[in-house]
Design a protein around this ligand. Structure first.
Ligand code: GTP
Ligand code: GTP
Length: 438
């Protein structure tokens, strides 16, 4: 479970400035995740080799609610999701009633709260921080998001609460999440999967309070199902907020080997399904497409094929994802998911023999040599697998800039033809040979 830090505070104190300062461009991996790019409410960050997730609750749109209700929801999200909360206040304008209001909300949590007094751009104003002792969260830390002053101290203190994480990703356990747009039947599917398997070994509730990961054993294989739908959050106002569900999908993906992408057979494929599929692809997780509510479909011999064709055409970037058809509510065919999970996990964790990897590369290049691109021609030396989850292959080349994306796609297809990689992405890392040789 990633260590998560949430930033809260009333509007205009500089939450998003601090967020951006902490992630720094280099560390932001959400940058190219469609839909979140502009929003930037969630990112991976790193400080002195410690990796953590950062949430800017100020970016979570909580509708047209009155101002105090909005910050209340944001504070609740922080208390639900984070291990540590950074409470940002404005050192130029001083303490306000809204700050006290937020403080009162945060008294309810037993998680550490650190007060960051922002906009202290000049050390001579550091004394402005003192009045914020009154909030009752101990030593306030003076920072300037604009100039980066004090941010290191703030992170030192924040990450001092990071303890050795409980190992959720125990070896050999297949962890998977159930993702999809609202109402496709995620909760029903989770219930059907867990309900079917009565030998529940343990309920691991994670370090963040509301994430419930359930581990169970089926046919001697352990699985951990990662909660995403906010099953426990029913009734809370922010349950259906778009950005909030995106955030939950991402934290779940981070911890999953495999994502089940749930579609509603009665609704056809919708734009939002594509967004969810995009996240799964960009996080490079294994993927199984689950067409749910199959009981409601009038079927003839061609129905499945028709669905499959439509799915393949829409999700061109997920050609590797196997498709299963189920009814979560009627508990039909739900058991067919398990063998597919095992197969996909095997491929996701696969080690490809080096000789075959190179043969595949050489054959592909011989069959279809690269053309000139960017004023040069790619000259491939050799390839080797450098990682799993997903299988990752380093390909050494005279200069990666000469590789056109369509050639990369060609190589991908050749590798997929030669190796059994159903359900898993295959990652290529192109490396300039000269940097590593001679
Ligand atoms: N002088 C100074 N101004 C800052 C600093 N950090 C942020 N600001 C300014 O404060 C204003 C608000 O900053 P934001 O980062 O948008 O604040 P926010 O808390 O995310 O605001 P909301 O999105 O409304 O919640 C902007 O005009 C920033 O330029 C700082 O360290 N020093
Ligand atoms: N007929 C039929 N109805 C289903 C099936 N799966 C779910 N439903 C119904 O679809 C509705 C939505 O199901 P949920 O499981 O709550 O869907 P969800 O994706 O978790 O929804 P959110 O929590 O809003 O994201 C409910 O009325 C379910 O009873 C199914 O396989 N067949």
């Amino acid at each position: 479970m990633p260590f998560t830090v949430a930033i809260v505070g009333r509007p205009n104190v500089g939450k998003s400035s601090l967020f951006n300062r902490i992630i720094g461009e280099r560390f932001s991996i959400t940058d190219d995740v469609a839909g979140v790019t502009r929003d930037r409410i969630y990112a991976q960050a790193e400080w002195l080799t410690k990796r953590f997730s950062l949430i800017d609750t100020g970016g979570i749109d909580v509708g047209d609610a009155p101002f105090l209700t909005q910050i209340k929801h944001q504070a609740e999200i922080a208390m639900d999701e984070a291990n540590v909360i950074i409470f940002v206040v404005d050192g130029l304008s001083g303490l306000t009633d809204s700050d006290y209001y937020i403080a009162k909300l945060l008294y309810k949590t037993d998680k550490p709260v650190i007060v960051a007094v922002n906009k202290i751009d000049d050390i001579v104003h550091a004394h402005n921080a003192f009045e914020f002792y009154a909030l009752g969260f101990g030593d306030p830390i003076a920072v300037s998001s604009h100039h980066g002053i004090g941010v290191g101290d703030l992170l030192d203190k924040t990450l001092s609460y990071m303890v050795e994480e409980e190992k959720v990703h125990e070896k050999g356990i297949i962890s998977f999440s159930v993702l999809g747009r609202p109402n496709v039947g995620k909760s029903s599917l989770v219930n059907a999967i867990i309900g079917e398997e009565r030998v529940i070994v343990s309920d691991i509730s994670g370090t963040t309070t509301d994430a419930i990961d359930t581990t169970f054993t089926k046919d001697k294989q352990k699985y951990t199902i990662i909660d995403t739908a906010g099953i426990k959050k029913r009734g809370k106002v922010y349950e259906n907020l778009d950005k909030y569900s995106v955030l939950r999908a991402m934290t779940a993906l981070e911890r999953s080997d495999i994502a089940l992408l749930v579609l509603d057979a009665t609704a056809g494929i919708q734009e939002q399904d594509g967004h969810v599929a995009g996240y799964i692809m960009q996080y490079m997780r294994g993927c199984i497409i689950v067409v749910n509510k199959w009981d409601l479909i009038e079927k003839d011999s061609k129905t499945m094929k028709k669905f499959e064709t439509e799915i393949r055409e829409t999700f061109k970037f997920l050609p590797y994802a196997p498709i299963v058809f189920v009814s979560a509510k009627e508990n039909q065919r739900v058991h067919t998911i398990f063998p597919v999970l095992r197969e996909v996990y095997e491929n996701f964790t696969k080690q490809l023999p080096t000789k075959l990897v190179n043969d595949t590369l050489y054959d592909a290049v011989a069959m279809n040599p690269p053309a000139i691109f960017n004023h040069g021609k790619a000259n491939f030396s050799y390839a080797t697998q450098v990682d799993t989850k997903p299988p990752t292959i380093a390909i050494f080349v005279n200069d990666p800039v000469f590789i056109h994306f369509s050639y990369e796609r060609y190589l991908q297809n050749q590798f997929r033809d030669n190796f059994e990689l159903t359900g898993t992405p295959l990652k290529f890392v192109f490396r300039k040979k000269d940097n590593y040789e001679d």
